[in-house]
Write a protein that binds this ligand. Structure first.
Ligand code: MF3
Ligand code: CO
Length: 291
């Protein structure tokens, strides 16, 4: 519920300014959209400047961990060794791996190869091989704030069609970035992702989306990577969420591993790619907080 503040009360954002000279006009603008029938973010989806600073730092650490991993992501490394490196780099940078023990997840990073869509669990047995495409999804807690982003790598000699899947998926995320600005809609983000994937003969996973992030690993809103323009939630400054489409070469359907309860595969066994950025909606556009 949106608390009603007096004009001369202190603003809810923690600025110590009076409401009328801080977020009053902002709240009125949101209310106007709401009255027109828009889905609007609740106040707890709008971060305060102090929270934004904390999440920005967590995002920087997350990005740095991925940068530091990069030279090691080569043919022959086991996914377990990637997990060990994530633990080491995260510790060195003063963070905590967010996946470890998250809802029972057993490792510190997700490593998803070829037909694994996401949530691949590192293990000693699986080494990266020439021809693999692999997603490394890193999430980090720093001073209680969360960062989250992922990248794809092509290992050794990768077929032209798999390379293209990786490239087009990256283009999907980059196109989505252009849609993120205040007073546009989350549906615009999913729309351009799905359009670009479809134009290349690919499909977008429906069941798994991006998410609000920052004070917790997964917050509202849920971010669909398929959308319609002008629908879904209004974007306003201070919102932080991920965009992380999973794009499949074949059909969109996915299945979950019944044994480990985590690994998501394409149902048809064809390859899938994913890139993830964590973004902040700013006053005049957006800022990438982790990539
Ligand atoms: N990193 C994933 C995301 O982008 C979340 C994975 S949950 C985990 O949202 F427990 F598997 F790590
Ligand atoms: Co995420």
């Amino acid at each position: 519920m949106r608390m009603k503040l007096g004009r001369n009360d202190l603003c809810w954002c923690g600025s110590n300014k009076k409401y009328k000279s801080c977020h009053l006009a902002f709240d009125e603008k949101i209310t106007a959209f709401e009255e027109e029938g828009a889905i609007v973010p609740s106040r707890d989806m709008i971060k305060t400047p102090e929270q934004i600073e904390g999440v920005r730092k967590a995002g920087e650490v997350n990005t740095l961990i991925l940068d530091k991993l990069e030279p090691y992501i080569k043919e022959g490394i086991s996914t377990e060794e990637i997990n060990d490196l994530v633990n080491q780099f995260t510790k060195e940078l003063g963070g905590i791996p967010a996946p470890l023990n998250f809802e029972g997840y057993p490792k510190s990073v997700c490593v998803s190869i070829n037909e694994v869509v996401c949530h691949g669990i590192p293990c000693k047995e699986r080494k990266l091989m020439s021809g693999d495409i692999v997603n490394i999804d890193v999430s980090t807690i720093v001073n209680g704030y969360f960062g989250d982003s992922s990248r794809m790598y092509c290992i050794g000699e990768v077929s032209e069609e798999k390379r293209k899947l990786v490239q087009v998926t990256k283009e999907c995320v980059d196109l989505a970035m252009k849609e993120i600005k205040p007073w546009s809609f989350l549906g615009d983000v999913g729309y351009v992702i799905n359009q670009h994937a479809k134009a290349n003969g690919y499909t977008v996973v429906r069941e798994i989306g991006g998410h609000g992030v920052g004070l917790e690993f997964h917050e509202e809103p849920w971010v669909s990577h398929i959308g319609q323009r002008g629908t879904d939630m209004l974007l306003v400054p201070g919102m932080i969420f991920t965009v992380e489409p999973m794009v499949n070469m074949g059909k969109a359907d996915v299945v979950q591993d019944e044994e480990d309860g985590w690994t998501i595969y394409t149902e048809d066994g064809k390859p899938s790619a994913q890139w993830e950025y964590m973004i902040l909606v700013t006053e005049d556009g957006m800022e990438i907080l982790a990539h």
